[in-house]
Design a protein around this ligand. Structure first.
Ligand code: ADP
Length: 497
């Protein structure tokens, strides 16, 4: 327990000058392993085919603004072809295949992701702008783990749901965003196939490449044609997939706005739906927490990967007695963050995924200032080209400010203080969202009491952003519908009777 005197001493202590303590030499990953082709077609019925409309769109590297490749734009005809191929596979080879054999295909995909991991890691970083450290440590290994995990369930569904008959739902239309492109594809495809469904997947328009490489893996793994189809395009392609009468289930991860549109589009159609939407997740730091550990968790939760995480801890509530210290330590830590080339393994904050996203973040920073919040940013230099944003800390934030209410999806943290548990629970829950949260305290009873009062799908204690294929993930309120991961993630792909 820290006394008032020791806290005051700590406050007055000279600040470390991290900037001049050391610098790292650049440690750039080569782009060669990515092996990106000049053009990618649609993957329908086990083959790469040109789009009916003959249209292609570029995908660019947000860190350099240079074109990486061009990909096919799927129109309604292509969507129809893909759904038909998925239906034929469901009623054909895949539907008849013994569950144990299905599982073997999933194991094969998992192993092939591991074999091609370097290629996928570099591709993910080039196409999305995320730091290579994250692609290598999180995205690609977790994507393989999801296939491994669900491969194990394929022939054990009667144990997963005892005394119930589990049948596949049919054809799933799956739409994913740009923040974890391959991982989101794995989250969607692995449980669907383990449960015996077939799928049509649409990756985000700014990050289509890793899903297309996954299509190559699926082709090489020799899955029966049509079990997995990958169609590229923007919102109109996604909307055509959702509206297609041949799909039985929609699985969507993305913005709350599009999630609401999808719900409207399928209302009354009998299509099933799971939605993983936006968030405005809260960290709560109590005065008895290990503060350095908490600060590291906050930094990881909002600044690493540019805040491009649906469960980003974008709001921070600090107990008033330690607020000054926490803010100071956060600022010191922010000074050390390296913003820059995502291919450099030293980089903490890479490129913002697209120009519109960068503009959105900038407009929120302006809104925060206009509403009266105080803003702090470290003085780091940004690369001349590409979409980059320095991390931002807002203090003097009111509960009504847009920066503490709306999802920004960037490296922007809004801090408020609190005195009592009742106060912080009320403040943390006072948002339309409910995806995740983090509680930092040394007292187990306090942690359990607070986590059980938070209306959020996942609440971490004394850590943040930890993922595992066996744990369900999903939201309350406007953060979504249903769960992905674990046994919970299998259920939406099954008719249970
Ligand atoms: P974000 O704000 O994260 O870009 P979006 O919800 O706009 O999220 O995009 C997530 C995914 O949804 C992308 O693959 C995008 O192409 C797709 N999408 C966008 N609009 C629609 C729509 N009206 N119907 C279906 N899918 C859509």
């Amino acid at each position: 327990m820290k006394t008032k005197k020791s806290l005051a001493k700590e406050e007055a202590a000279p600040r470390l000058n991290f900037k001049t303590s050391w610098t790292y030499q650049p440690a750039l990953e080569s782009t060669a392993p990515a092996r990106i082709a000049g053009r990618y077609e649609l993957f329908i019925g086990g083959k790469f085919v040109a789009p009916a409309g003959g249209k292609y769109f570029p995908t660019i590297n947000p860190a350099t603004e240079s074109k990486l490749s061009e990909v096919a734009e799927a129109g309604e005809k292509d969507v129809d072809q893909a759904v038909r191929a998925a239906r034929a596979a469901k009623e054909g080879a895949w539907g008849r295949m013994p569950a144990k054999e299905r599982g073997k295909y999933l194991f094969r995909i998992a192993r092939m992701i591991q074999e091609r991991s370097r290629e996928l890691v570099v591709t993910e970083t080039l196409d999305g702008g995320k730091p290579i450290r994250e692609s290598r440590m999180v995205d690609i290994p977790l994507a393989a783990n999801h296939f491994f995990y669900y491969a194990g369930w394929a022939d054990k569904l009667e144990y997963a749901f005892p005394a119930r008959r589990a049948r596949p739902v049919g054809v799933a239309g799956q739409i994913i965003p740009w923040n974890f492109p391959l991982l989101m594809a794995a989250w969607k495809i692995a449980p669907a196939l383990a449960a015996g469904n077939t799928v049509v997947l649409k990756p985000a328009e700014t990050t289509p490449l890793s899903a297309l490489k996954l299509a190559e893996i699926i082709q090489e793994a020799d899955l029966p044609p049509g079990v997995v189809n990958v169609i590229t395009g923007a919102g109109a392609t996604g909307a055509a997939l959702v509206a297609h009468p041949g799909i039985d289930k929609v699985a969507f991860t993305g913005s709350t706005e599009v999630g609401k549109n999808i719900q409207k589009a399928i209302a009354g159609s009998g299509k099933r739906c799971t939605l993983e939407l936006g968030g405005k997740s809260a960290h709560i730091i109590f005065e008895d927490a290990a503060l350095d550990q908490a600060v590291e968790g906050i930094v990881d939760g909002i600044f690493f990967n540019q805040g491009h995480v649906c469960c980003a801890g974008s709001r921070l509530f600090v107990q008033e007695s330690v607020a000054k210290q926490v803010i100071r330590r956060l600022r010191d830590r922010m000074e050390t963050l390296i913003v820059g080339d995502p291919l450099d393994k030293n980089t903490d904050i890479g490129a913002i995924n697209s120009k519109p996203q960068l503009e959105k973040i900038e407009s929120y920073v302006k809104a925060g200032l206009a509403e009266g919040a105080s803003c702090y940013q470290p003085e780091c230099a940004l690369p001349k080209k590409g979409y980059f944003h320095r991390p931002v800390l807002f203090t003097d934030v009111a509960q009504s400010h847009r920066v503490s209410q709306e999802e920004i999806f960037g490296p922007v943290l809004a801090i408020q203080t609190f005195r009592t548990i009742e106060e912080v629970v009320e403040k943390a829950n006072n948002t339309p969202y409910g995806l995740a949260g983090g509680v930092w305290s040394d007292k187990g009873a306090k942690v359990f009491s607070v986590t059980s009062q938070l209306r959020a799908g996942v609440v971490w204690a004394n850590t943040y952003n930890k993922f595992d294929p066996t744990s369900p993930f999903g939201g309350y309120k406007e953060s979504g519908l249903g769960r992905e991961g674990g046994l919970h993630g299998l259920a939406p792909y099954l008719e249970l009777s």
